[in-house]
Ligand binder design. Structure first.
Ligand code: SER
Length: 874
């Protein structure tokens, strides 16, 4: 079976058991502060487990793109070294939301693996949770009992909390789990040592393939376990491992999921996979990381210096440096693997096909940048090594290694490798101390302590009523305290709310709630999964009161104008630049809008103007908002709605239409485009390879911006005393150039006459032609005189002090003869400038210095001459 058939078989099986097959959620998580990336299939269902969302489908299955590179589940450093961990992987999963439980989960897993996929029973093992007295949880005898129906007892193994109690993160839904392991060893090896001895022992041929989690608890911030409102099943099977098992391979990388990339990579670098363990690791790293990077970019997460973007950048750099060190690539190479990946996986994941060009461009630019950094880092390291060597040491200090790591992205093993090639070692203990310090620094900087929710009302969803009203009577359903570095504040959830929570690029509403004469300001509104969270600096006196909640209407109207304008802008950009333009990020707030989109060149001034014209024409057309809430996604698609990769859309979506602009959007909008008034682009720039950014304003702000331009223009008109500003300025610039020319000529003339008048007065005494005095000329005149005299007098010693505009300066020019006798003007100047409290430098024949102390000029001249004479005597 090839990998695509394996995936299909899984989905078909669960479809036949009454499951609805849902699409994979994006890999990059939005609206959840506890997660950066999807690290398990269950992430997108978290709110269902917690009871924050109503359950629509009780049985669901999918294949989810996961990335385990941060937080609680982080496999990054293992990837490539072994043959069965990945950064990005697909997790096949089936879920029961308050429906079936252990019995069905276990027997269906068995049926699929043994009866459908045909795996031999004798190679399968199941683990179950042994219980935890300190958590008050008993051994999972129920799961044990069901497994006994299929497996002999010696194939059922008890496991501890680490292996058999699954938690998504430090807080959130969790429960005991039962893992299915598979023994891939040969019959002979299996006879030698029973597979049960190797389960969960890190053996690469006895591996976990499927995890059945029985979600029963919610882990609270204080560590307590609280029973969930209902019991659920969450299973996750490693797709790549399943492919290995079913295709009879001993490594995930030997399956058809990775082999095409590895073969191509081998051709590119002229090495064969399997020939050398070191290059094999590098090939696995590259083949794995390529997928993580390409899929992240397709989901809209570009490499950057912050948060999720930084994690992606680090993954990419890890791949580049393995390729550089072990496969001999010193030019971008990962970008050349993208086409193969698209051909292989594009059928299943259309986002790869649609974003191909962007993925290639972004990766290539990142590779180029890091390859440059690598070579700078390597020369820096060479400098550090030679310094250490000349100090008689064979060790690179921890702080140097840390600098390379932190600033140049050098993993410690790369530094060690380069060091060892130069016969040196690295003080890794000191490096570890530096690393730890940095971690503590960033932990302290980011530390936010969030208490558990205090529930006041049992409510599953905080319904948003703010599309239709800006005021509503609400009750607080839960609240919690947050301790940030500089302040403590509170978060409130209402039973329903007119406040829009920051999401989809639109910033959250502000406003207030009021009860019993007490008014509490809502400083911001956030969205966490399905909860709308209101930030307040203090709690109201009576938490159980009925509050009147009021959104700041002015800010909301300004935001709505910017949001609608963003849709019109998107449409206009696609019309003017082409349909490759796709939203890559946006910010909509009361003051302005920011829109990032894929496009590969600068947008010209003419194109910008054309876009502005189109948007303003749409505004004048005064299209009415046609809004469809709860529109089936297929219907939205047939209306031509733009769907963005990386966005999570449900089965039912909200469609926003103005004229020809049709988008899926949860944001707030104007009733008619005419309300936007006027649209003006402020700037166009690049954010990264292949992504451009436009910032723009609308309504009152746009008008103010134009008034500002007009005021500036009027100011200039008055100043140049001419209504035709362009002509007047052109004339000024031309006149200015002419005047400059005349000034330069005048200066040259002046220098020539000074040089001619000095020349006859100069005589040689004691082997030098000395001219030393104060002369208050401008610096470039002094310089001109010095350079005028130098060619004529090989024994010239020219020391001029000057003070123009209260600024003391010193100039030293030496003839060739003097320089050849070892006198260095720059050293002389540096020393003599101390007399004018200054410093300077230059070349051995010509140097200048500036200073602060005019009174010291005479002394400085004297000191310079004295120094030169002393040196000449030696
Ligand atoms: N949540 C479990 C896991 O990630 C099962 O899907 O392993």
């Amino acid at each position: 079976m090839d990998s695509n058939q394996i995936r299909e078989t899984f989905l078909d099986f669960f479809r036949s058991k009454g499951h609805r097959i849902v699409p994979s959620a994006p890999m990059v998580v939005k609206n959840d502060p506890t997660l950066m990336f999807t690290n398990a299939g269950m992430n997108q269902f978290k709110d269902l487990f917690l009871g924050n969302s109503p359950i629509r489908d009780r049985r669901v299955a999918d294949s989810q793109k996961c990335l385990r590179v941060s937080g609680k589940h982080n496999d990054l450093e293992e990837v490539g070294l072994d043959t069965y961990h990945h950064t990005m992987f697909e997790m096949l999963g089936n879920w029961s939301f308050g429906d079936y439980f252990k019995k069905e989960a276990i027997s269906w897993a068995w049926e699929l693996l043994v009866d459908v996929y045909g795996l031999p029973k004798e190679r399968l093992y199941a683990t179950i949770f042994e219980g935890s007295p300190e958590e008050g949880i008993e051994r999972d005898d129920e799961a044990y009992g069901y497994w006994k129906r299929f497996l002999p007892e010696d194939h059922i193994i008890l496991g501890n909390k680490h292996d058999n109690f699954w938690e998504m993160g430090d807080t959130g839904p969790c429960g005991p789990c039962s893992e299915i392991h598979y023994d891939l060893r040969s019959d002979e090896e299996r006879r030698g040592l029973d597979g049960r001895e190797l389960v969960n022992k890190g053996h690469h041929l006895v591996i976990e393939i499927w995890n059945l989690v029985f979600m029963q608890f919610n882990r609270k911030a204080d560590g307590r376990l609280e029973p969930l409102p209902a019991r659920h099943v969450d299973t996750g099977m490693g797709f790549e491992r399943l492919c290995m098992v079913l295709q009879g391979k001993q490594s995930n990388y030997d399956t058809d999921v990775f082999q095409p990339t590895i073969c191509r990579l081998g051709e590119m670098c002229g090495r064969r996979y399997g020939d050398d363990p070191k290059t094999d690791v590098a090939m696995r790293v590259v083949a794995d990381h390529l997928r993580a990077i390409a899929f992240s970019i397709a989901d809209g997460q570009l490499p950057s210096n912050v948060k999720a973007g930084y994690v992606i950048r680090r993954i990419l750099r890890r791949a580049v440096r393995y390729g550089y060190t072990y496969l001999g690539f010193d030019e971008p190479f990962i970008c050349r693997l993208v086409d193969g990946l698209v051909a292989q996986m594009g059928g299943q994941f259309p986002e790869l096909v649609a974003q191909r060009e962007l993925i290639v461009k972004v990766i290539e630019e990142e590779e180029n940048a890091f390859l440059r950094t690598l070579s700078t880092g390597i020369s820096l390291l060479e400098g550090v090594m030679s310094k250490a060597r000349s100090a008689g040491s064979d060790t690179i200090g921890g702080s140097d290694a840390f600098l390379l790591y932190d600033t140049y992205g050098f993993p410690i093993d790369l530094t060690e490798l380069i060091a060892s090639e130069g016969g040196m070692k690295v003080d890794t203990d000191a490096f570890a101390v530096e690393l730890q310090r940095q971690k503590e620094r960033s932990r302290n900087a980011a530390a936010v302590d969030t208490d558990d929710w205090v529930e006041l009302l049992p409510i599953v969803e905080s319904r948003f009523v703010g599309y239709d009203t800006l005021e509503s009577d609400v009750r607080i359903s839960r609240y919690r305290r947050v301790k940030a570095k500089n302040k403590t504040y509170f978060q409130l959830v209402f039973d329903h709310t007119p406040f829009y929570g920051n999401s989809g690029g639109q910033t959250g509403d502000k406003g207030y709630i009021e009860a019993g004469g007490e008014r509490i300001t809502v400083t911001d509104t956030l969205k966490e999964n399905n909860l709308t969270i209101h930030l307040v600096d203090r709690l109201p006196a009576d938490l159980a009161a009925d509050f009147h909640a009021v959104v700041d209407a002015g800010a909301r109207a300004a935001t709505a104008a910017n949001h609608t304008a963003t849709h019109l802008l998107h449409k206009a950009l696609r019309r003017v630049l082409g349909t490759h333009v796709e939203q890559k990020g946006s910010l909509v707030c009361p003051d302005y809008l920011r829109f990032d989109f894929s496009h590969f060149q600068k947008v010209t001034d003419e194109q910008i103007r054309e876009v502005e014209r189109l948007v303003n024409a749409d505004i004048r057309s005064d299209y009415a908002l046609e809004e469809r809430r709860d529109c089936p996604i297929d219907e939205a698609r047939s209306m031509g709605a733009m769907m963005l990769f990386g966005e999570k859309y449900g089965e039912r979506v909200r469609v926003i239409r103005y004229g020809e602009s049709v988008e899926l959007c949860g944001g707030t909008h104007v009733a008619r485009t005419g309300n936007i008034g006027f649209f003006k682009i402020l700037s166009e720039s690049a954010t990264s390879a292949g992504v451009r950014r436009i910032e723009a304003v609308t309504a009152q702000r746009a008008a103010e911006f134009v008034y500002g331009l007009e005021d500036t223009l009027r100011g200039i008109q008055q100043y140049v005393n001419n209504p035709s500003v362009t002509q007047a300025i052109k004339k000024l610039v031309e006149e200015n150039a002419e005047l400059n020319k005349q000034i330069e000529e005048g200066k040259r003339e002046r220098i020539r006459s000074i040089v001619e008048s000095i020349e006859p007065t100069l005589t040689e005494e004691d082997g030098i032609v000395l001219i030393a005095r104060q002369a208050d000329f401008l610096p470039d005149i002094v310089k001109g005189i010095a350079f005028g005299l130098k060619p004529k007098f090989p024994n010239l010693v020219f020391v001029i002090g000057s003070a123009v505009g209260g600024k003391p300066a010193l100039t030293v020019m030496l003839g060739d003869e003097i320089v050849s006798r070892g006198v260095d003007a720059s050293k002389v100047v540096r020393e003599a400038a101390k007399e004018i409290s200054g410093g300077g430098g230059g070349q051995p024949f010509y140097a200048t210095a500036g200073g602060k102390d005019v009174a010291g000029i005479e002394k400085a001249i004297f000191r310079a001459v004295e120094l030169i004479k002393t040196q000449l005597k030696r």
